[in-house]
Design a protein around this ligand. Structure first.
Ligand code: NOJ
Ligand code: CA
Length: 555
């Protein structure tokens, strides 16, 4: 009888632990961003679709990802390739049907992969029914759903605010005879988040997708939700941006305190459904602002993106050590979300590569992302060493930002070209005659088929690290402690949990370096390295080649 009671208690404890695990699934997770237009095309129209994602779920499972975040696949005029949503609760026919979406979620679930949806909260398309109603008159039920203002004298806009995408942020509407504000393109009018009806409508959209099984949302442009109600002019600095706009502060249009009220409300909405999370698109100036995005009572986003660590220009050892240290110590114990690549920035292959050691630098970057205590976002193709493939002629440019100021600003096409599945002319992406953006020439050697076969490929290195961070207790649960802290070329840290300790050493220089650690009698046993380090490396003098990375158990 007593044995039975013990057994019952043990089973209940295990079930409780599994439930807690389920709730915290996103801690340490690897989340993979898919730009659906560019992942895989199954109907030959040259554009990716939802069925293309479903068809490649086994690849994602083999890579070891826990979740995919899919950029917008909702009906849209596609001015900003889906970030101009004209219906939040449907699937754009170019991507498939709602049944395709449901099948994708179900098939992903079978492979323990969660699906995270993008949520474009700051603005809608100017073709959205809400906007069509709002612009029809100054007195209609949705008149106050967007940011409408009268102009100044002689038809001038209400103030000097500029769009993030370039030029004025106010568009005159001849029907309503007022201006509306758009932080992005003029076809993306900003919603008025001070209006409780707008909030409720968007929260209902969230409930709609969570009922369909999404594991959470990536909140697009969430720091842009509010603008100064007094419409104060922004300060203008010296000089010009590459598109000719004045240099401009965003004190009155970015990251206003009210953003946090909305994040708290959204968190309550996602908490209605167990295990759902909020990821923030959070370009912020410093660690304090990033820490605030988790909420004072941990009641805002679980995972605001850390876009300061690897998206900024300073990738010196000192800069990385400082920022990684801040992420470890100044986020109140919360999980940093590390990210190096996405659909808005030049791929790290080119941005961080030096043109000579790109293969080594890509492996170094993989190690830097996947060995600290962090949740990690990967961008499709990053695991293959995909290069940017920028347009060279203005007539080929698809992204409107690029068309506005080419060639000074080339736009974002380069980081959005089709996923290379194999070395055939369309890279196995599409059977169509033409793909929406050209396949990059590097697909001939950086592709899934070739790299799967090669044990030394970047893809297999990613797989090794993702498996290690799941299986090794120190990499999974351990805290992070820097060692050899003043070394100007090699970044080294320990991860430690209980008796398990792992050393990570990253040579960020183009010259070989030898590092000496004071590890007492301990020995190093290699777990992974970018240069085929011997199974047991020297415990006292670790020799790293140019841009070499080493991960070893300290025993
Ligand atoms: C951020 C998205 O990542 C980007 O692609 C988009 O253009 C803007 N937000 C506007 O929605
Ligand atoms: Ca297609």
């Amino acid at each position: 009888m007593r044995a039975f009671r013990y057994l019952a208690v043990a089973v209940l404890a295990l079930a409780a632990a599994a439930k807690a695990d389920e709730a915290g699934w996103w801690k340490n997770a690897v989340i993979y961003e898919i730009y659906p237009r560019s992942f895989a095309d199954t109907n030959g129209d040259g554009m990716g679709d939802l069925n293309g994602i479903t068809a490649h779920l086994d690849y994602l499972r083999g890579l070891g990802v826990d979740a995919i975040w899919i950029a917008p696949f909702f009906p849209s005029p596609q001015v900003d390739f889906g970030y101009d949503v004209s219906d939040y609760v449907a699937v754009d026919p170019q991507y498939g049907t709602m049944a395709d979406f449901d099948r994708l979620v179900a098939e992903a679930g079978k492979r323990h992969i969660r699906v995270i949806s993008d949520l474009v909260v700051n603005h809608t398309s100017d073709r959205h029914q809400w906007f069509l109603e709002s612009r029809a008159s100054r007195k209609n039920p949705k008149a106050d759903w967007y940011v409408w203002r009268d102009g100044g004298w002689f038809g001038r806009p209400p103030n000097n605010w500029l769009s993030i995408f370039g030029h004025g942020a106010w568009q005159y509407d001849g029907v309503r005879r007022q201006f509306y504000y758009h932080a992005f393109y003029k076809q993306q009018p900003d919603l008025n988040w001070r209006n409780p009806e707008v909030r409720k409508a968007m929260y209902d959209v969230m409930r709609f997708w969570m009922k369909r099984g999404v594991a959470g949302f990536r909140l697009d442009a969430v720091t842009s939700l509010f603008e100064d109600p007094k419409l104060r002019d922004e300060a203008v600095g010296w000089g010009r941006a590459p598109n000719g706009d004045p240099i401009f502060s965003r004190q009155y249009t970015d990251n206003l305190p009210e953003v946090h009220d909305v994040l708290r409300e959204m968190r309550k909405v996602t908490d209605e459904f167990p295990g759902r999370i909020l990821i923030g698109e959070t370009y912020l100036p410093n660690i304090e602002e990033l820490a605030r995005m988790y909420g004072r009572a941990n009641d805002e986003t679980q995972l605001p993106m850390d876009l300061q660590f690897l998206m900024t220009a300073d990738v010196s050892v000192a800069g990385l050590r400082r920022r990684l240290g801040e992420a470890e110590t100044r986020l109140n114990g919360n999980m940093p979300l590390l990210v190096s690549d996405n659909h808005d920035n030049q791929r790290s292959w080119d941005r961080l590569g030096d043109g000579k050691h790109n293969e080594e630098i890509a492996r170094l970057l993989a190690t830097l992302l996947l060995t600290p205590r962090a949740t990690v976002l990967l961008y499709y193709g990053q695991e293959l060493g995909m290069a940017n493939n920028d347009p060279t002629r203005v007539e080929d440019v698809r992204d409107p930002i690029g068309r506005m100021a080419f060639p000074a600003v080339k736009g974002r096409d380069g980081e959005r070209t089709p996923m290379p599945w194999d070395g055939t002319p369309n890279a196995g992406f599409s059977t169509g005659a033409k793909t929406w953006l050209p396949v990059g020439p590097d697909h001939a050697w950086h592709n899934v088929a070739a790299e799967s076969r090669d044990p030394k490929s970047l893809l297999n290195y990613y797989k090794t690290l993702i498996r290690l961070r799941r299986e090794n207790p120190a990499l999974r649960d351990g805290g992070l402690k820097f060692v050899d802290e003043t070394n100007p070329t090699v970044l080294s840290f320990l991860r430690q949990s209980g008796a398990a300790t792992v050393l990570v050493a990253l040579n960020l220089s183009g010259q070989p370096q030898t590092v000496r650690y004071d590890l007492g009698a301990a020995k190093l046993q290699t777990l992974a390295s970018t240069y085929g380090a011997a199974a047991v490396a020297s415990p006292t003098a670790l020799a790293l080649p140019a841009f070499g990375a080493y991960v070893g158990a300290v025993r």
